[in-house]
Design a protein around this ligand. Sequence first.
Ligand code: LHQ
Length: 258
Amino acid sequence: MPSVLKEVSNRVAVITLNRPEKFNAFNREMAFLFQSTLDECAADANVRAIYITGAGKAFCAGQDLTELSGENAIGIDKILSEHYNPIVTRIRNLRKPVIAAVNGVAAGAGANIALCCDVVIAIDSASFIQAFSKIGLIPDSGGTYFLPRLVGFQKASALMMLGDKISATEAERMGMVYKVFQTGDFANESIKIAETLGAMPTAGLALIKQALNYSVSASFEDQLKKEDELQCKAAATSDYAEGVKAFLEKRSAIFTGK
Ligand code: LHQ
């Protein structure tokens, strides 16, 4: 079985990290396959939302630690520059909404890949662990960038240093997760959110994502200029015209994503 699966239905590409016996930890092959799968989703006009989840009990346990030693060990610099940095960069630059459906434990790079997604949804039994400090590493995959912005500097600092396991409910309370669903509802409710996003004005959603990416390091003045620039682009889309027309005609809009 491939280590990453993709299935497209109702405008949503479901990407499943598929090394369940290793809690979906990333080896080199899986890191490359995940990147090429994200590229396929970016290029496929039938895909208007991407839903990332894990096979089996876990979401993703981060780096496969068995790949770090022995004859075929991969250098840490390569792991970041060729695996995780390109993965999180792809997710942030993808001009479509990316949903992390966290179906179990998310540890190390697995946690931080989830946190860089546009919408993070978790099953009630899921957990998040900044596992890096436990093996003498620092959080990567954008974790030192996103986590303090999501939960505040102090909480991020403690989570990263202690490497505590945080429950899905606690993660939701802290602002790492948008919604938590009970086990019986998780699959249906999380895919429903992805399908809702898949039927929305995709180009407009991509512009929201661009505005948010820009906002994390911009001044207020520059951000207002950016909003102006991106709003003009949004107003030039056919989905904007359809959205307004549908409202005035008191009917549901039919968005094409353009
Ligand atoms: C695993 C793994 C795993 C291999 C579970 N690898 N097999 C960047 C820069 C460069 C280098 C390093 O990495 C990075 C990025 C990173 O992600 S660093 C952080 C790497 N991840 C971790 O340190 C987490 C390690 N895993 C754990 O702490 C636990 O397995 C968690 C808390 C995820 C789950 O605990 P349990 O529910 O008790 O399950 P388990 O430990 O029994 O794991 C189940 C199986 O999965 C087990 O296999 P086995 O054959 O013994 O049943 C584990 O060996 C395997 N597995 N994580 N990362």
